[in-house]
Design a protein around this ligand. Structure first.
Ligand code: ADP
Ligand code: MG
Length: 679
């Protein structure tokens, strides 16, 4: 920008970006012209407003720069008006009833706080998306709002601490992205992977992840070549891909970028997922971003590393070295603890999906119960503050907030518990419940908003207090006392935790429909209203969309199962049974008193299993039929959870039994062993 804009334009654009000042049209025109020239030099002919509708993925509609001029010629043009606002005909994006089709027009508007980029020869302009009447229809607008709310409330706190230098506070995010790679030719043979992103059938292979020999293992050449290309493509887009390694499950890998501000991190994560899929195809691979592509081995998640930073370069979740810095740290930490405790439900909702339900609570991902890991040392400090006792660890120190220095604790001691859904890792929190395919916008909207809400309450109290230090000490103490039930440093995978969490009164929202119901609770509507994140209508719309998406996902999966059973599994089983029967008859013809025990036993076992698969398919079909009687989106989602889902599980069990018995060459699609160990 510095290279291509005049100084005035550059300064004015920067002002817009930093202070949220409105952009005037002359500046927009200059920026548009510079963007177009830059893009055209790189061979670009089209532009698009790149936005993030409530589907959770991104959308784009390409327009060319071409404008006709006299003499049958064309010019490449791009105006400020076109840069600032687009009008895609967007009637088919989910709106949760916010918009009737007759007023379907949606608007996109440039988000100058995220960088424009070139993807597939198209100039992409990161944009927000709203309806004709102004309702928010995307994931970016509320994220930007939540970032602003964090800024406002954090600055109030910093002022109280006498920090007049910082003029802007942002949240930062580094999302670690897990994924699977499978051979494309094999993928093509599986309808379940193609239609639903996960395997709906599949017997356990002789080897899974039990040896844990894949984790951080040496990277195979084909995967290494993919990672190398992926890095290059991401770097071209300005995405700082940093770490790549093999994950626990066979064929599973992870990529972590260097963290950046939350808005950019969110755009970048969308682009990363997109790029992963594309680059994989170029290598004859398919990148699976589904949360649970394979039963019996780990699923994929996304770790949302989150912190709070000032424009003066300070990380507000860094403990620091002076009493003053420590006190500030403890106040922000208290805000996070209170926020996570009071809004456990919203954090759970923010990562809820049919796919992620397979992971949460399974022995690989954090449980569906939200809790915070602080590490022993920080917890001991919290206890000391709470009880007023001496903190006895290395040195004996009285812990008076704002007076004493926190003993420094080595980073290592804070980062060893991988089972916690929300862990403090030295100078940031790591929210680990996110699913691998999800947009990180949702969880960060919630994180920013709930922490901002607590900071607001803190600032209200502290601004009115006659003695700041005393008030702050009391506030931190009270917060720890009231909310320490959310702190849990033990093993989150153990059943004992479920019991303990219940005793503590923590929520355990096991499935998406259950979790979602809390989204529209009064306290949550109030929160969103107070900070102008969502109106009641917008919250309800999101609630409806997520419920519907849950139902639709299960419906597609159920239909795919029925299709696979009828078109592939039963025909394969019958062919094999016929083959066995023919063999038995042939043997008997040759040697009449031969028992043919193995063939006869297998025939009866397989025939019984095909009967069972047939019956269970009918049961699944009738469960789907009865879904017609559901009253509304929530009713439907619960119905699918309680009736369709168990029928699917039961059908799979029987079908997988057949797979174990059937000869490999009779089996209609590649097995787990082949899929997981082919690359
Ligand atoms: P892990 O031990 O969980 O695998 P990694 O080193 O792979 O950790 O990833 C840590 C992530 O946290 C990286 O994306 C990193 O950039 C990010 N991170 C580091 N500091 C911050 C911060 N202050 N705010 C947000 N993210 C951060
Ligand atoms: Mg991590």
């Amino acid at each position: 920008m510095k290279e291509r804009l005049t100084n005035d334009t550059y300064v004015s654009l920067k002002k817009t970006v930093q202070d949220g000042k409105t952009l005037d049209l002359t500046v927009a025109n200059a920026v548009a012209a510079a963007m177009k020239d830059w893009a055209v030099e790189k061979g670009v002919t089209h532009f698009t407003h790149w936005f993030q509708p409530m589907t959770g993925i991104t959308a784009e509609k390409h327009d060319s720069f071409i404008t006709p001029v006299d003499g049958g010629k064309v010019m490449m043009e791009f105006s400020g008006k076109e840069l600032i606002k687009g009008e895609p005909d967007a009637s088919s994006f989910p709106s949760g009833g916010l918009r009737a089709t007759f007023e379907a027009r949606g608007y996109t508007a440039w988000d100058p706080t995220s960088f424009a980029f070139i993807k597939d020869n198209v100039l992409c302009i990161p944009s927000v998306f709203c309806s004709y009447t102004g309702e928010v229809l995307d994931k970016k607008t509320p994220l930007l709002r939540s970032i602003e709310v964090m800024n406002i409330q954090s600055l109030r706190i910093l002022k109280l601490f006498g920090d007049m230098e910082a003029t802007r506070v942002i949240t930062t995010v580094g999302p670690e992205q897990e994924y699977f790679l499978v051979d494309k030719a094999l993928f093509e043979k599986r309808k379940d992977l193609k239609y639903t992103g996960r395997t709906l059938f599949g017997a356990k292979p002789p080897k899974g992840q039990e040896l844990e020999d894949h984790y951080f293992g040496s990277i195979k050449p084909r995967v290494a070549a993919f990672m190398e290309d992926l890095d290059k493509e991401l770097w071209k887009l300005g995405i700082l891909a940093k770490t790549e390694h093999n994950e626990v499950a066979p064929a599973q890998h992870e990529l972590a970028p260097i963290f950046t501000d939350t808005n950019l991190a969110s755009d970048h994560n969308q682009l990363t997922m997109d790029t992963m899929k594309k680059v994989a195809l170029q290598h004859g691979l398919v990148c699976l971003l589904h949360e649970k592509p394979f039963a019996g081995v780990n699923g994929s998640g996304k770790h949302n590393n989150w912190s709070i930073s000032t424009n003066t370069g300070r990380n507000l979740l860094d403990p620091g070295h002076t009493p003053h810095q420590n006190a500030q740290f403890l106040l922000f930490l208290s805000a996070v603890i209170k926020a996570v405790d009071e809004y456990q439900d919203l954090l759970r909702v923010s990562i809820a999906s049919a796919a992620n339900d397979h992971r949460l609570g399974a022995n690989e991902a954090p449980p569906a119960i939200v809790s915070i890991f602080l590490g022993d040392e920080l917890t001991a400090i919290m206890d000391a503050i709470d009880s007023g006792n001496l903190y006895k660890h290395r040195e004996r120190t009285q812990m008076t907030v704002g007076v004493d220095v926190l003993p420094s604790f080595p980073k290592d001691t804070t980062d060893r518990n991988r089972t916690s859904p929300f862990a403090f890792t030295g100078n940031k929190f790591e929210f680990r419940m996110l699913g691998s395919s999800q947009s990180i916008s949702g969880p960060n909207i919630i994180l920013n908003t709930i922490v901002a809400e607590e900071l607001r309450q803190f600032a209200d109290i502290l601004e009115a207090a006659p003695d700041f230090t005393k008030a702050m000490d009391a506030l931190v103490k009270k917060t720890i006392r009231d909310h320490k039930r959310i702190i849990f440093n033990g093993n989150g995978y153990e059943d004992a935790w479920v019991v303990e969490a219940e005793k503590r009164g923590l929520l355990n929202l096991k499935s998406t429909p259950e979790a979602l119901q809390t989204f529209i609770a009064e306290k949550n509507l109030d929160l969103f209203n107070r900070h102008k994140i969502f109106s009641d209508e917008e919250t309800h719309a999101r609630y409806e969309i997520t419920m519907e998406t849950y139902t639709k996902t299960l419906n597609i999966e159920a239909l795919t199962m029925i299709d696979m059973v009828k078109k592939e599994i039963l025909p394969a089983a019958n062919t094999y049974i016929k083959e066995l029967s023919k063999t038995a008859i042939a043997v008997r013809t040759l040697i009449p008193d031969m028992a043919c025990e193995s063939q006869l036993n297998m025939i009866s076992e397989l025939s019984a299993l095909t009967d069972s698969v047939y019956a269970r398919t009918n049961a699944l079909e009738s469960a789907l039929d009865s879904a017609k009687d559901c009253k509304d989106a929530a009713d439907c989602a619960f119905y699918f959870r309680e009736n369709v889902f168990p029928a699917m599980v039961s059908l799979r069990e029987a079908a997988d039994e057949i797979e174990i018995l059937a000869g490999e060459k009779y089996w209609p699609y590649p097995t787990y062993g082949t899929l997981l160990f082919s690359v």
